[in-house]
Design a protein around this ligand. Structure first.
Ligand SMILES: Cc1cc2nc3c(=O)[nH]c(=O)nc-3n(C[C@H](O)[C@H](O)[C@H](O)COP(=O)(O)OP(=O)(O)OC[C@H]3O[C@@H](n4cnc5c(N)ncnc54)[C@H](O)[C@@H]3O)c2cc1C
Length: 398
């Protein structure tokens, strides 16, 4: 690789996906020799063990877990007690929870110890950044503000510095400044929904179970946390989300307890509420000359199945694998062939996931009587159809 370059690979964005890619590349044998920079204006700091859990958490599938384990970051995350969950209970607001039309996924049914873990986003990112630094990655605090991409080199401006690099990876989130700078378009489609996220304390123990109830305005999920609490992710109309966010604690507690059908008894708010706009997006292309997109910079989906960051980790694994194979054959990290192969495979896969989740969103928010009846029956049927259910669990496990 050229000595005239400042870095072989520069990753813009040290969120979970960018940090995951940096940790993977610096720990895998095939890519360990690369000189890597990870750039972010505000990289996540590892929370102190005594700090309460942050409001932003994710359901991490096996892929995410593998990225953390392979890069040595999994032990670091243990200080924040990822909450393994063994069951997932899904039902429609027209049916009673636990009845014939409830879909229950159980890890034991597929011979797995759990279905995944609920983790704090900042703790995951911080653990991956720490591992990447230990493995030799250079962390630069700053924002990428300009890009010049040529067949020979990519020039990336970070603050006052212009860095010559072999490959730029944009892991800079859903609004990705780098995607715009590289001219990789695609218009996001806004869902007429926002998610209200809040930590709650349930009256009854969650017993390692994630719950999701489909309400007419959107799904309400209660994700189990290691401190005994649950994380609410309630997708609803923007007006309703604004109303819910503005309620006082006791009115909010009453609403969320009622909307969850009392599945965990009375729910008590124990922290701040945050609103997120929801949108669907898949970039028109994932690669340009000496540049690749990963994570939310490339795609966003509805959070109803907790797949967003897991898709991002799959991007990171796929890109790291392509780069490793290219280097093994004497190639350069910015060569077009591996980038094109990565972009084709991941864009197609993420398009499928986006379409599937969009279909579920439409089915469960439809007010057409036939569809309303059909989806209730469908959940019950899926619950009783062994092979289909197994397939769904395996897909969700990643
Ligand atoms: C309500 C909600 C619930 C969700 N639940 C789940 C779930 O349960 N499971 C799941 O898999 N996914 C879930 N997701 C999706 C998940 O949160 C995202 O997919 C994930 O956070 C994306 O990570 P990322 O690293 O790609 O981007 P981000 O986390 O957005 O990180 C981008 C980083 O880039 C940095 N950056 C920005 N601009 C620049 C620049 N110019 N130069 C350098 N750095 C820059 C930022 O500082 C930031 O650190 C959920 C999403 C929402 C909204």
């Amino acid at each position: 690789m050229s000595a005239r370059r400042d870095f072989d690979v520069l990753i813009a964005g040290a969120g979970m996906v960018g940090a995951g890619l940096a940790a993977l590349l610096s720990s895998a044998e095939a890519t360990r020799g690369l000189r890597i920079a990870l750039v972010d204006p505000s990289p996540a700091l590892a929370p102190l063990p005594t700090e309460p859990l942050d409001v932003r958490v994710s359901a991490l599938s096996r892929t995410g877990e593998r990225v953390l384990r392979q890069s040595g970051a999994w032990p670091l995350l243990q200080a924040r007690h990822p909450c393994a969950y063994q069951r997932m209970v899904i039902w429609d607001s027209g049916a009673a929870v636990g009845g014939r039309d409830t879909l229950v996924f159980d890890a034991a049914e597929v011979g797995e110890p759990n279905l995944g873990h609920i983790v704090e986003n900042r703790a995951v990112a911080a653990a991956l950044v720490e591992r990447a630094i230990v493995a030799g990655v250079t962390l630069l605090r700053g924002s990428v503000s300009a890009l010049a991409l040529t067949a020979d080199v990519a020039t990336v401006t970070v603050g006052e510095r212009a860095l010559a690099v072999g490959l730029v990876v944009a892991a800079d989130g859903a609004d990705s400044p780098l995607r715009h700078l590289a001219g990789l378009g695609g218009e996001p489609t806004a869902y007429p929904q926002e998610a209200v996220v809040a930590p709650l304390s349930p009256e009854q123990p969650h017993r390692g179970t994630a719950h999701q109830r489909f309400l007419p305005q959107g799904p309400l999920a209660l994700l189990p946390l290691s401190d005994g609490g649950v994380s609410l992710v309630w997708s609803t109309t923007p007006a309703d989300a604004a109303r819910l966010a503005a309620l006082d604690d006791s009115a909010f507690a009453a609403e969320v307890t009622r909307a969850s059908d009392g599945v965990l008894g009375a729910l008590t708010p124990v922290g701040r509420r945050v609103r997120f706009p929801l949108r669907r997006f898949n970039a028109a292309g994932y690669a340009a000359t000496r540049l690749a997109l990963v994570g939310d910079a490339a795609h966003t989906v509805h959070p109803l199945a907790g797949q967003g960051v897991n898709q991002g980790f799959l991007d990171a694994v796929a890109l790291a694998t392509e780069l490793g194979a290219a280097l093994a054959h004497g190639g350069d990290p910015g060569d077009p062939q591996p980038l094109t192969r990565y972009a084709r495979a991941r864009r197609a896969e993420n398009a499928l996931m986006g379409a599937a989740l969009d279909g579920i969103y439409r089915l469960f928010t439809s007010q057409r009587p036939l569809l309303m009846q059909g989806r209730q029956l469908g959940l019950g049927l899926a619950n009783r159809a062994g092979p289909l259910k197994r397939l769904l669990v395996e897909r969700a496990l990643g």
